[in-house]
Design a protein around this ligand. Sequence first.
Ligand code: 0R9
Length: 662
Amino acid sequence: MAKIRSEDLFKNLEETSSSSKGYTAKDIEVLEGLEPVRRRPGMYIGGTDERALHHLAAEILDNAMDEAVAGHASRIEIELKPSDILIVRDNGRGIPVDPHPKFKNKSALEVIMTTLHAGGKFGGKVYDTSGGLHGVGASVVNALSEWMEVEVARDKRSYKQRFERGHAIGKLKDLGAAPNRRGTIVSFKPDTKIFGTSTHFSPATLHRMARSKAYLFRGVEIRWKCDPALLKPDSETPAEDVLKFPGGLLDFLKGAIGSAKTVTRPFFGQINNRDGKGTVEWAIAWAPEPESFVNSYCNTIPTHQGGTHEQGLRSGLTKSLRAYGERTGNKKVGLIMPDDLMEGACAVLSIFIREPEFQGQTKEKLSSPDAQRLVENGLRDHFDHFLSENPQEADALLNFVVASAEDRLERRQKKETSRKSATRKLRLPGKLADCTRDAPGGTEIFLVEGDSAGGSAKQARDRNTQAILPLRGKILNVASAAAGKLQQNQELSDLVQALGCGTGTRYRDEDLRYERVIVMTDADVDGAHIASLLLTFFYREMPELIAGGHLFLAMPPLYRLSHGGKSIYARDDAHKNQLLKSDFKASAKVDVSRFKGLGEMMPAQLKETTMKPGNRTLLKVEIADDDAKATGDLVERLMGKKPELRFQFIQENAVYAKDVDV
Ligand code: 0R9
């Protein structure tokens, strides 16, 4: 909307010679003619649709409201007639009608109505808190109206002037004495050449607009009238209404939330023009239902996009509630963010300040920095009192808000987890048979050697919690490889992708996709070699994964001992000899078969002996952090040229494994 900037309104404030009577015609600044408005209405009222049409009504109503807020008018009337004719009346001082000094043959009223950006330069305090357009909007309305008539009762006389499409039709007429009247009446009919023939005023919208103005300024009574022919039979909009709300915003809030159950009684109040800084009024209730809202206004102009005053409201309330929580020893008070407090809030905020600044394309966002301080500081004091005086309600509110904070954190956690798993899944290696469970808790990945073992393991696994990554080909010896080789090694890069936790300094334990990483290789020298290469890789690239207790070695059997329907498994030669003595009669002809590899085992056998929690034995890999040399030796042994030493190492350690998972 063609809102005048405050600088224009209050420009040269000091130089302005405002007469003791207030405004005189020479105080009007003349900037431009009205042609641009008709040529490009969108620039001034944001379009030519129904919303834009209602801007015209808002402009005229705002001008009348300005006069009321300034303390010169107590009653406003708004009347809708057929053919979209709108009449607005106020009982203020009346728009000045004296001849304008620059345009000797034109009245001030005519200059205001026919000149773009003709704003009054007001020295009096009366407009200190005004946000209206002071006649500037009226000229835009005039430009976009088929006709407009303005009647003024001032200095005990009445005057009238008619305009068509922004041009004066004749001079200002003196209608004679009006000893008992004062005020302004603006009647207009929006131009169908601009808005088309199918765009009309909506009685409901106009009534709502009038009602919210009445809520916002309790010193005014707004009378609403609408030709009954314009109301649909089922319309809830009355044909006539008297809108006066001595309860101000509290009445507004009560109307908005109806009979909804609230957490506390409404918190409401006002701060009056302290130190000339401006006034603040608010009414807030917290309720699980209805949907939360913040309706904010500056100088009765709706600020649909919020702004600094809303920020002040949020931060003032949050600081105050947090301080209360700390005083009363609430341990979760640190979780509370402004959004948590506003989530269940139904709030109406209205401020009146001098020289408001608006921003955004539709100028619906307040940007005056002072507004934040004004609201925040003023509201905090009041809210501190409200909370300390009503401890039961304060505690109920605190619990309500803490619950919102916890909900928010939980939602964030869930989002994070699903985002993580989504992005990870996108880049998973093709040969990974992943488990179906999303969250890492209780899941395992088996690193197996070769496709045939991988095939058996896939059949043997619990799909829900166990993933299988078959590693083909040669695994790089990380300890001796040049830097940069790691990324080039397909097997290791597949492994890194599958684990999701990154390597080296980029390792993030919370990104590890599985709770356990289980190296499951054949129980032979080659298997031990591969296991040792993998352990070296983890030791060098992901020591935190080992330190976090995530790395395990599976202990597949090397032998199966069977006799007369009984089968048991042995890890190695020593175990086999021990079992032959302990579990079979000396005379028994026990069938001893040696597995050549995991791939040779039946999936059911692999499951029972090696993979199934409860049956299996897992060796947990740990770094001997109390003995760095031992760890170095370990790597050295694992990395030595003789694979049988590595095999021996694993076998030995399996015997001493203290932390086994069975
Ligand atoms: C029905 C809608 N009402 C109005 O549009 C309206 C404008 C207006 C007004 C003043 C008083 N009442 C008004 N009603 C006014 C008077 C004086 C000073 N400022 C404002 C005065 O007597 O000193 N004006 C709005 C703009 C201007 N007057 C002007 F100053 F630009 F002329």
